[in-house]
Design a protein around this ligand. Structure first.
Ligand code: SR1
Length: 348
């Protein structure tokens, strides 16, 4: 009966969108259970659309493979109920650890607690579950926003009308928003004239529609702070459609090969972004959960530091892809967060 139940659960997991898994051998000299290999870990995302999250997942998969982890990847599809269901599936599968990648704390807090009560280790990336048992990986969002805004002042001075893309409720956007609020209070001649943004499975195009209306209604906006690459993509589209790409400058977060192409193309209004390498953040998340499962002490807050990437610097260095960036900026391809001598940490 138990066997039948288990089969039923696995079939359910597949129908709810389990993406895949890879099993590898154990690591000699690693602590249990990594000495044997095939340790089941679930990566459960809230957002599965967009370059950042695809690259994050690829980095997580690469690091999992190096650790002999059988990684079960559940794509969230921006659906809180589905993410909750997937956490339940992971509990039923009997995984040793779960990485929760984004999400809405109010819809998953209790089910995550059930996982912990069942002895499953949990690590969160960019979702505040307010639980001392759960380390949180983040990209130093305050610093990331500060880097982008300092560049905005360097380029435009400290007196300008601004547009701002923001959706409340996502931990990284909320942290970046704190920096934006502080920045405005320190720079009273920076006036936020319009605020917009949508997080959905079509974030860029939906945000673009809103940005278009905001920019058309506020023709004196010269700077847009759009601290998520899908937002920046949407604002860029809007500026192009309105024919104002030459008088608006966009400052963002995140980077991908597609973003680099959009930033460096002729006449692009997207002039700077502050970013980590999302693949490295994915790898760090897997290392954190591996250390938790191995019984090691893991810090409560795990930070991957961002770098500022300007249009000028990318063009001058001839950077066309994330791989170019990683080879020209070695700190971009690695992080020394949560490592151990038994963990291979080189992704490239
Ligand atoms: C809706 S939250 C989007 C952000 O999550 C990650 O932290 C990325 O940096 C992205 O900007």
């Amino acid at each position: 009966m138990q066997h039948l139940n288990r089969l039923g659960i696995v079939a359910g997991a597949i129908s709810f969108g389990l993406l895949g898994s890879a099993v590898a051998a154990g690591i000699e000299g690693a602590p249990s259970p990594f000495d044997k290999g095939g340790v089941q870990i679930a990566l459960i995302s809230y957002i599965s659309a967009g370059d950042f999250f695809q690259s994050y997942q690829a980095g997580a998969q690469a690091q999992a493979k190096q650790l002999g982890i059988d990684l079960r990847v559940f794509p969230g599809r921006q659906n809180a109920a589905e993410q909750r269901e997937q956490i339940q599936q992971a509990i039923n599968l009997g995984v040793k650890g779960i990485v929760i990648d984004h999400g809405l704390p109010e819809s998953i807090g209790d089910i995550v607690q059930q996982a912990i009560d069942a002895g499953i280790k949990v690590v969160a990336f960019d979702v505040n579950l307010n639980n001392p048992e759960i380390p949180q990986v983040e990209q130093s969002d305050h610093e990331l926003a500060r880097l982008a805004l300092e560049q905005a002042v360097k380029d435009n001075g400290s007196s300008f009308q601004a547009g701002y893309a923001y959706v409340a409720g996502f931990a990284p956007l909320d942290r970046r928003n704190e920096t934006w609020e502080t920045f405005k209070s320190k720079n009273p001649d920076v006036v936020e004239k319009a605020r917009f943004g949508i997080v959905s499975d079509t974030t860029a195009t939906s945000t673009s529609d809103q940005a278009k209306a905001a920019l058309a209604a506020n023709p004196k906006i010269t700077v847009v702070f759009a601290p998520y690459d899908e937002f920046a993509r949407g604002v860029k589209l809007a500026a192009r459609d309105l024919g104002i790409a030459d008088r608006v400058k966009i400052y963002s977060a995140d980077v991908s090969t597609a973003d680099i192409q959009e930033i460096t193309e002729d006449g692009s209004p997207w002039v700077a972004t502050a970013a980590t390498n999302p693949a490295v953040v994915g790898a760090v998340s897997i290392r954190a959960i591996a250390l938790k499962v191995a019984g090691s002490v893991v810090p409560r807050q795990i930070v991957v530091k961002p770098a500022l990437l300007t249009q000028t610097a990318l063009r001058e260095a001839g950077v066309k892809t994330i791989e170019d960036l990683a080879s020209k900026l070695p700190s971009f391809s690695t992080s020394d967060a949560v490592t151990a001598d038994w963990i291979p940490a080189k992704l490239y």
